[in-house]
Design a protein around this ligand. Structure first.
Ligand code: UT7
Length: 325
């Protein structure tokens, strides 16, 4: 059974935090942030939560697909910043949008999460377990950022994006035609947040820093520029096409220089790698579906085009997906 993306939706919280605002908070400059990352501003949730942002993105994706919440059979939310441990964000989304007939659960694969969720939904539908799904990436990273650490606090933003996927009809050419994903737990120390004092943790006491994100930026950078092109190439191989056959690459928006390096390694023109990082910062699992929605709504992605989605994140995790739109 084939699986196609029928609709997209996204939302960014209203409040904008600019590089100039950050200059007032930590020892940084607009010039440093723009040159090293490509970011100018990011959105920060004030009242919004992971569930409320995810629900808003889902409503827009349903509207874009012309589908109803009641008929939705599966909701998967990729997130690493859900505001409640129980119930999961997907079940709260189910309640907020009124998708009473859906199976709902979360996936945490950090910034790689949306691709892991999409892959899972693909397998559910391809196996016949369900016919459609809402796949969401939603984050309120501002809750776990150390706002005194200039090496991380300038990078991240909040938001949510969703796609509605459905089984294809016989003879249809649209759909997911290739996938690849992987995890490298051996590199887990590159980017982590302990989050809470878990029984059996090595440290007896948790301090407030343990509740925040810690990152070795240059290690993550090197991991991404090496691993993502390999992963994209594997996904393209599984689809039986080459880089020259791809119309648009929708990559995780972590750093403009990372995306430029990946384009160079793939020997592909940077024009095929649209970005919104300037306005959004790194929204982790939400970045790919937010950019996808913006491109779809702007008409930058057209029916029949081949689109590659790819990202990486804490874990370390990485994934790529090839879609015929
Ligand atoms: O979704 C996955 C999540 N994470 C990522 O994708 C992050 C991947 N890594 C990166 O994007 C880059 O490594 C960063 C943007 C985080 C950093 O850029 P870099 O070119 O790798 O810089 P660096 O870490 O090597 O630091 C260079 C200098 C250091 O100063 P010294 O030691 O050379 O004097 C840092 O202390 O820049 C300094 N620095 C800053 N200066 C001004 C670090 N952060 C800042 C800052 N403003 N915000």
């Amino acid at each position: 059974m084939g699986v196609a993306i029928r609709g997209t939706g996204s939302i960014l919280p209203e409040k904008i935090l600019t590089n100039q605002d950050l200059e007032q908070m930590v020892d940084t400059t607009d010039e440093w942030i723009r040159q090293r990352t490509g970011m100018k501003e990011r959105h920060i949730a004030e009242k919004d939560t992971v569930a409320s942002l995810a629900a808003a993105a889902c409503k827009r994706a349903l509207e874009s697909a012309g589908k109803s919440a009641e008929d939705t059979e599966l909701i998967i939310v990729a997130t690493c910043t859900t505001e409640m441990l129980l119930p999961c964000a997907a079940c709260r989304v189910q309640k907020l949008i009124g998708a009473a007939n859906a199976i709902a659960f979360d996936i945490n694969a950090a910034c790689g999460g949306f691709l892991f969720a999409l892959n899972t939904a693909h397998h559910y539908i391809a196996s016949g377990a369900c016919r459609n799904a809402l796949v969401v990436g939603a984050e309120v990273l501002s809750e776990i950022i150390d706002w005194t650490d200039r090496s991380t606090c300038v990078l991240f933003g909040d938001g949510a994006g969703a796609v509605y996927v459905e089984e294809t009809i016989s003879g249809e050419r649209s759909g997911i035609i290739g996938m690849s994903q992987g995890s490298s737990g051996m590199n887990g120390q590159m980017l982590y947040c302990r989050g809470r004092n878990v029984k059996g943790a090595t440290e007896p006491e948790i301090n407030s820093s343990d509740l925040l994100v810690h990152m070795s930026g240059s290690d993550v950078y090197r991991f991404a520029v090496r691993q993502v092109p390999i992963c994209i190439t594997k996904a393209l191989d599984s689809a039986g096409i080459g880089t020259e056959d791809v119309d648009v690459y929708v990559l995780h928006q972590a750093n403009r220089r990372i995306i430029e390096s990946i384009a160079k390694t793939l020997k592909t023109d940077i024009d095929k790698f649209p970005m919104n990082i300037e306005r959004t910062g790194n929204t982790s699992s939400a970045s790919i579906p937010i950019l996808l929605d913006e491109l779809h709504r702007a008409g930058r992605i057209q029916k029949g085009q081949r689109v590659v989605l790819s990202g990486f994140g804490a874990g370390m995790t990485y994934g790529a997906c090839v879609v015929v739109w």
